[in-house]
Design a protein around this ligand. Structure first.
Ligand code: PMP
Length: 323
């Protein structure tokens, strides 16, 4: 494609999986001009294959493209690429409960040049890979490490885009979390009273004693998760008061201590919804070890999984049939 806004997309094809040739001076290798999406295809009982909110992934890819000075891809071409890929060999899509086909659409700058500027040639591709049930059946709360050293993104940065560079900068924080026995890292806005932002790859929700839910507002530094938007909708469908606002680490700590906050969970495409167990802030531990997953967390989780698997009614028209 060229980089006129919507691109001039051509040469669509499905290829066997394998290495791709890149010029050593390709823009992506030096200036990190790369964006991607993460989504899943699910096989329903009648054999048909569906994706969840693919239009939202297409829209987010295009918002990322604008931020990274890459061309946009029309939604129809985005969907068509998924359809063609999945159609080639439908046996890839697992049938077991909770299993899915993970789809990784991505766009890279392929033009060879060394001066710093947006590339005029790019490539859009999709990788497909069968994914097992994230939890292997059992849902266990995960422990989270609070990063006091690293920020994921700053105001005006690329935090709201799904760009590879954001993940490159979060790896060292993730290593720090793992070194402290935690599964995931929590990023804070250290310039805004330690407002909670998100985990390395998931958005965060708080359930309050009165049943209301809070998730950090989209400040421009966090990723607008598609699971996040779905949880907000499902919460409101249940008549729960769901607010997007600033919530600080202090409010988290005090809310757990007073019992005002009864559940905390994270959400994203990979794990869908995962309860958060203990929060580790240096030597301080927030929350009880070994506490069971919360009721609201598990109920919204099974509703979302049910919709994705085609077992519950898709009242919001979130599913798109691929095959
Ligand atoms: N935040 C980050 C940093 C992520 O990488 C992801 C995973 N894409 C999410 C949130 C959750 O987004 P989604 O629900 O669209 O998967």
């Amino acid at each position: 494609a060229d980089t006129s806004n919507v691109g001039n997309w051509h040469d669509a094809r499905v290829e066997p999986y394998g290495p791709i040739a890149l010029d050593p001076a390709a823009g992506v290798l030096h200036y990190g001009q790369e964006i991607f999406e993460g989504m899943k295809a699910y096989r329903h009982d009648d054999g048909s294959i569906w994706t969840f909110r693919a239009d939202a992934n297409a829209a987010r890819l295009n918002r990322s493209a604008i931020r990274l000075a890459l061309p946009q891809l029309p939604e129809e071409l985005f969907l068509e690429s998924l359809r063609q890929l999945v159609s080639v060999d439908q046996d890839w899509v697992p049938t077991r409960d909770g299993d899915s086909l993970y789809l990784r659409p991505f766009m890279i700058a392929t033009e060879a040049f060394l001066g710093v500027r947006p590339a005029r040639e790019v490539s859009f591709r999709v990788i497909a890979s069968p994914a097992g049930n994230y939890f292997g059946g059992e849902v266990k709360p995960v422990d989270i490490w609070v990063s006091r050293t690293y920020a994921r993104a700053g105001r005006g940065g690329t935090g709201a885009a799904k760009a590879g560079g954001n993940y490159a900068s979060s790896l060292v924080a993730q290593m720090e979390a793992e070194a402290h026995g935690c599964k995931q890292v929590l990023f804070l806005d250290q310039f805004n009273h330690n407002a909670v932002e998100e985990l390395g790859g998931m958005n965060v929700f708080f359930v309050f004693r009165d049943g209301s839910m809070v998730t950090p507002a989209l400040s421009g530094t966090i990723l607008e998760g598609i699971t996040r938007a779905s949880v907000i909708q499902l919460g409101r469908d249940r008549g729960l008061h769901v607010t997007e606002r600033t919530i600080t680490l202090d409010e988290w700590r005090d809310g757990i201590a007073s019992g005002e906050i009864t559940e905390v969970f994270a959400c994203g495409t990979a794990a869908v919804i995962t309860p958060i167990g203990q929060l580790r802030d240096g030597d301080e531990l927030i929350g009880a070890a070994g506490a069971p997953a919360g009721e609201v967390t598990m109920s919204i989780r099974s509703q979302l999984l049910g919709i994705q698997a085609g077992l519950l009614e898709d009242t919001h028209g979130w599913l798109t049939r691929l095959v």
